[in-house]
Each structure stands twice: as C-alpha cells, then as structure tokens.
Design a protein around this ligand. Sequence first.
Ligand SMILES: Nc1ncnc2c1ncn2[C@@H]1O[C@H](COP(=O)(O)OP(=O)(O)OP(=O)(O)O)[C@@H](O)[C@H]1O
Ligand SMILES: [Mg+2]
Length: 330
Amino acid sequence: MTALTLTNVNKSFGNVHVLKDISLEVDEGEFVVFVGPSGCGKSTLLRVIAGLEDASSGEINIGGQQVNLVPPSKRGIAMVFQSYALYPHLSVRGNMTLALKQEKQPKAVIEERVANASRMLNLEDYLDRYPSELSGGQRQRVAIGRAIVREPKLFLFDEPLSNLDAALRMNTRIEIANLHRALDASMIYVTHDQTEAMTLADKIVVLRDGRVEQIGSPMELYNNPANQFVAGFLGSPSMNFLPEGLLGEGQYTIGIRPEDLFLSDDGPLSAHVSHVEKLGGDTNVIAKIHGHAVTARLFGQHSISEGQELRFAYAEDKAYRFDTDGQRLR
Ligand SMILES: Nc1ncnc2c1ncn2[C@@H]1O[C@H](COP(=O)(O)OP(=O)(O)OP(=O)(O)O)[C@@H](O)[C@H]1O
Ligand SMILES: [Mg+2]
C-alpha cells in the first residue's frame, strides 16, 4: 500500500498559483525528500499534505483514505518544523506528552512512548528540563520526539536542521537516518541542502516554481537528469554548463560535472585559473574557459595556482547535452 498519493494537486493563494498539478506517491516505509529553490512551494506542499492548508483542487490520499476534508489531527501525520515551536513553559516531558494527553491516551501508554522516544533520541537525562535550558540540537530532538510519540503513519519534516551548525547538522542527519530505519515509518523531508537530499532519500522529488521537475532515486537523478535544471541543482560543486558553439557543438549546451574534468596537456579546453580551493582530499579549480567560469574537482592535492593556464579534457560519455529549452538530449 502507498503511504501517500497526490493526484493533480493545485494550490492557489488568491490569484497566485503556487502548486501546479502535483502528482506523486510515497511508498510505505519510504524516505522521500522534496528539494527545490526557495519559494518553489515545498512548505506549501507539506502544509497541504498535513491539512494546514486546503488544496484548491486534486486529491490527497493517505494510507488508502482520501483526506481532503479530514482535519490535520485526524490524518495520522506528525509534522516537525524548522522553528521547533516547543512550548517554553512545559518541560521536555510536558512537550512530548501534550498531544497524547489531548488524545486522552492512557497514562501507561504515554509513559511507555515517552520512554521509548527519549531513549531513541538520547533525551532521557533531559526530561525535566525546560526548552530554554537545552542546546539547539537538543531542542530539535525534542521536536522530533514530540512527533515520534504520536506514532504517525507519515512524518513530515520541514527543514528541521537548518538552524543547526554544520557539525550538528551532520550528526542529526545520521540520527534521522537511523531513526527512519528503527521506526520503519514513511517520511517526507523538505530541505534545500542537497547533501541532505542525496544522503537521506530513497526518492527525491525536485520541485521548481510549483511543479515537479523530476522524481527518482538520488543516483538516478544524479546520473540521468531529465533537464538542465535538475542537472544543475544536484551535485556540489554544480555541473558546469558551456554554451553552444564553444566546443564546435552547434545547438547544444554541454554539461560536465566538476569531477569529470581532468587535466590533460592536449585536452580541448584551455582554461585560465581564477581561484583554487585546496580541501586536502580534493582540489577545486575554478577557471575561465573562453570567459565562462567552470569548476574542476581534482582528486587529491595539486600545486596549481591562480593565473595559471591549464588544459582540461573530459570523457565523451560523461558529457550531457541540453537543448535551448534546457531539455536533455540523448
Ligand atoms: N499564505 C500565502 N499567501 C500568499 N502566498 C503564499 C502564502 N504562502 C506561501 N505563499 C507563496 O507561495 C510560494 C511558495 O512558498 P513556500 O513557503 O511553499 O516555498 P518554499 O519552497 O518552502 O521556500 P523556502 O525554501 O524559502 O522555505 C512563495 O512564492 C510564497 O510567497
Ligand atoms: Mg519552506
């Protein structure tokens, strides 16, 4: 059974058409990530799924039931927001138990679920503290705990890590992956961090301007992008695009990923180095090819410096071609 099916979902605010004909499926137990630039409609889509906004048209089906008219509290979902929105006057335990008390769950059930969630999230020592006495990462875990205790059929996460620093983001990312394995729950996770998208997702939905651009596994999208937008969105540093004509190609835009450019004395691309990033394990060379900035990601350490002239080559089977509308050519 599918955990969620959206069929031709549209959402307008007044005459602003924000979600455009969105159809997608989330399988039971699947981890689905929504990515896309700021303003493309990711949060709106989550809110429509949660029932915090009504769809203007189209069907929302959760666990086999059409839920368009079902209120949020009855949809079997739990949502974790970017701003943790914890109640400051309630302890960690109070925050985690509030929804269960409102549901009038028996005391023993509440205690067991809080014990399980706090063990999973390493919050056992903090149950009597108040949110102001916690670090950002701990608060975020409480927000996740509050969702877990409700035992939802579907978790919705809206950029839950964006307030955390880089190291904590990475730890929490791994915790979320472990949590997904442990709970075996269906999850939808919104982010514009493409590392999070690539590492967490079973399936990525790339959104742009309220439309689905492409749906697939991380490696399907990386290796086989349907268009120039998806090609440029996934991957860091981003895919290089060189305009038609530069390589004698006529109509095309050529796309080459930074890791597919390599140094070669008789390579076809002559480049003027404008900047070098030495990362230890890798070296990013930012260079101009006939005035177009490209990035080459070279494995290991290289003594290349700004102002140097280099030649790059690439393997023909690693080059992507896009037409003038950005559609992939094969
Ligand atoms: N209540 C509203 N009334 C009118 N327009 C809205 C409303 N809520 C969102 N929008 C518009 O809908 C579009 C999508 O917004 P949304 O918050 O879903 O984007 P997002 O993809 O989550 O962006 P971000 O990555 O910045 O969080 C934006 O152009 C936004 O201005
Ligand atoms: Mg958002």
